[in-house]
Design a protein around this ligand. Structure first.
Ligand code: COA
Length: 179
């Protein structure tokens, strides 16, 4: 049982970019395993060059965030990034873009803590939407615990395929707004 009381949660800054990319690569391995990828396919998908390129893009993106782009990171005692949550306040809806927790910190309440911090800055009168791979049962159960329901809307994005080349189905989930 890990104690997450000393984990610091803060708004993402440009210097966090590389740590966020490393975290998302590590954290999404379990997600791709649920989607049928083999360990080899998973490690080929995250070469270090790709992580570095992603980090450079993110480093430039973070300073362009407005108050409607909400990105929080969680850091351990050595300042290593072990969680992140990205959300967006749009005109009539909120969007949760992603919640990623480092594998060794999953299941201790950190995902909920980060989500609650981001959700606190969203417009609670509006509905909140997110997209998740239909095969990612772990995340679907997590979001259900937070009050989200599956809307039944399914989409496909040809960038995301399973190990056999089939395009992965994406499920939309929604948290009802207070108004
Ligand atoms: C999904 C994820 C973000 C959840 O974060 P986490 O820190 O492990 O979840 P928490 O410990 O905060 O759990 C919060 C609540 O959800 C519940 N929950 C979490 N995972 C669950 C699961 N697999 N099944 C059922 N309930 C679950 C917990 O029991 C807890 O409920 P409680 O408050 O009543 O105790 C994390 O597992 C992760 O990073 N997964 C890989 C990346 C990913 O798939 N992200 C989502 C795609 S955008």
């Amino acid at each position: 049982m890990k104690n997450i009381d000393n984990i610091k949660i803060s708004k993402a800054i440009p210097d966090d970019a590389e740590g966020i990319q490393i975290l998302t690569a590590e954290s999404s391995k379990g997600m791709y395993a649920l989607c049928g990828w083999s360990p080899e396919e998973i490690s080929n998908h995250f070469p270090i060059e790709k992580i570095k390129e992603g980090a450079e893009r993110l480093r430039k993106l973070i300073p362009t965030f407005t108050e409607d782009d909400i990105m929080f990171v969680a850091k351990d005692e050595e300042n290593k990034i072990i969680g992140c949550c990205l959300a967006e306040k749009q005109k009539n809806i909120n969007k949760i873009e992603a919640v990623y927790i480092s594998p060794e910190f999953q299941g201790f309440g950190l995902g909920k803590k980060l989500y609650d911090t981001a959700y606190g800055l969203l417009n609670h009168n509006n509905h909140t939407f997110l997209d998740v791979f239909s095969l990612n049962s772990k995340a679907i159960n997590f979001y259900k615990k937070l009050g989200f329901l599956e809307t039944g809307k399914k989409t496909f994005d040809k960038r995301f395929k399973d190990s056999k080349g089939n395009i992965l189905e994406i499920s939309e989930m929604m948290l009802v707004g207070q108004k």
